[in-house]
Design a protein around this ligand. Structure first.
Ligand SMILES: [Zn+2]
Length: 493
């Protein structure tokens, strides 16, 4: 791509995890409820019903605005967006995009150490529609209105993104912020975080934007990047043949690996927006029921702040800190486990040392297992205290790396304690110097060439001999004692 500039703007929908729906008291979490069980006359859109806005949803909208460094609007208005669709019983959706509650703000993304501020145009609050189900057999469709009226935030960016990769990173960062705030599960696969993209190409350097295409149905981070990459290629081909891009909505078909045309773009006034007559406008600075100062107090340490703290407080590399803080629960697991390791409290040097070791174990071993088996860190069976004991045993040379991995695997499955597993599996280390000496003698006599190499200054040979001793003890010799004794022996030889 050197002939065209890519311009991408995103519209992201995040379902809020409030207890009740946006305008009624129905349960917002209808997991397990049968179709249409979680409904009432309000969310079913019966005539004459009065919607009452969910205070928590409004407060959380302001909280997100504060986290994005945005401006809280003096006044915002719910309005009706009129359209007919079978999953929308009222034939209008209550939204707030014309006078939104949150204006501006930004998210700073980090693409391989290149920092870039992505501006937010606005955030508005609205209700979701129901779901249509199209059975494979039979010529009919079904509707489930459990989702109708659930609270949704729509986050609209400025067209600041310049590559499909940047778009993917932005959505990942936004997901982290939503989860840190605790206001949304923000899970793309489960549909409580959804992303649509507007993408256009223009000749490099040209100011005027090209015709944009809206891409929908991207249900994972990978799909965002793949779909937009495909769309860049498709538009590039059209433009290079001097043809025109059609302004339209296209859906991503992941199995086919391409976007397919769905419908040409409606004009905004097709929706006949007008203020929702049943809900007064909301003015947070005048309305006593909204306390912006109090909401500001709810702001937690955000992902970027936590990452920077992990780098300084624990001397972790940026990448390790990034890995640990990408998931708030993992970051918590890390800090709670670290606190259980003796000597960590009050000693910065030891704290940094142990933090590095623990971070390595969490990132390379634990995350690999969790991701491999699709388990959340919240369901991890290894208790903080047991993980701390494991790290301590490795560090003090009481167990070798090999045995540690064996114990770790067992802990991961059963959640049992370290000592219990060592006892049961007979994994205790050979620390008896006499026993180790005998093995060292055998290894030296069997590997005279390596002994000569070591004597002529080849440091690698020492590691090889240590490995031989460990192999003969099936990894059960205390590595510190092996190192010490082997050195003594070789220097004597
Ligand atoms: Zn309801």
């Amino acid at each position: 791509m050197d002939k065209y500039d890519i311009v991408i703007g995103l519209e992201i929908h995040a379902q809020l995890r409030t207890e009740s729906k946006m305008f009624c008291t129905c349960d917002n979490y209808s997991v397990g409820a049968g179709p249409n069980k979680n409904t009432c006359p309000i969310c079913l859109g019966m005539p004459g019903m009065l919607p009452v806005p969910n205070k928590k949803a409004i407060e959380w909208t302001y909280l997100l605005g504060m986290a994005l460094g945005a401006k809280v609007a003096e006044k915002f208005c719910f309005e009706r967006k009129n359209y007919f669709y079978p999953d929308l019983p009222k034939a209008y959706q209550i939204t707030s995009s014309t006078m939104p509650p949150i204006i501006g703000g930004s998210v700073e993304i980090d693409d391989n150490d290149v920092l870039k501020k992505i501006r937010i145009n606005h955030v508005h609050l609205e209700e979701d529609a129901g779901k249509l189900i199209h059975p494979k057999i039979g010529e009919y469709s079904l509707v489930d209105l459990n989702r109708a009226g659930t609270p949704l935030l729509e986050i609209v960016t400025e067209p600041d993104l310049r590559s499909p990769r940047e778009a993917r990173i932005f959505v990942q960062d936004l997901r982290s912020i939503l989860r840190y705030l605790g206001i949304s599960d923000a899970n793309m696969e489960q549909g409580n975080l959804r992303c649509d993209a507007n993408i256009s190409l223009k000749p490099q350097g040209q100011k005027e934007l090209g015709t944009k295409v809206e891409v929908k149905n991207m249900n994972s981070f990978k799909m965002i990047e793949r779909a937009l990459e495909h769309e860049v290629k498709r538009q590039e081909e059209i433009l290079s043949e001097n043809k025109k891009i059609v302004q339209e909505t296209r859906g991503w078909d992941d199995a086919k690996g391409k976007t397919l045309g769905q419908r040409s773009k409606e004009e905004a006034n097709d929706y006949r927006y007008f203020p929702e007559p049943d809900i007064p406008s909301i003015e947070p600075n005048k309305d006593n029921s909204i306390d912006l100062k109090e909401i500001k107090n709810w702001l937690p340490e955000l992902p970027k702040e936590k990452r920077i703290r992990f780098e300084t407080e624990y001397s972790l590399s940026k990448q390790d800190a990034d890995n640990l803080t990408s998931d708030l629960d993992l970051a918590r697991y890390f800090e709670q486990t670290l606190a259980e390791i003796p000597q960590v409290a009050g000693n910065d040097e030891i704290k940094k040392q142990k933090a590095k070791k623990l971070a390595n174990w969490l990132i390379t071993e634990l995350l690999a297992k969790l991701n491999g088996q699709g388990i959340s860190i919240l369901d991890c069976k290894i208790k903080h205290q047991n993980f701390a004991v494991l790290i301590e045993k490795i560090d003090s040379g009481k167990i070798s790396g090999k045995i540690a991995k064996e114990i770790f695997s067992e802990m991961f499955v059963s959640g049992r304690g370290v000592e219990e597993i060592i006892k049961e599996k007979g994994l205790s280390l050979i620390s008896d110097e006499k026993e180790i000496e005998t093995i060292i003698r055998a290894v030296i006599s069997e590997n005279t060439a390596s002994v000569q190499d070591y004597k002529s200054g080849k440091e690698k040979a020492f590691g090889y001999l240590v490995g031989q001793v460990m192999a003969k003890t099936k990894g059960q010799a205390n590595p510190q004692i092996v190192n010490k004794l082997l050195k003594e022996f070789l220097d004597k030889e």
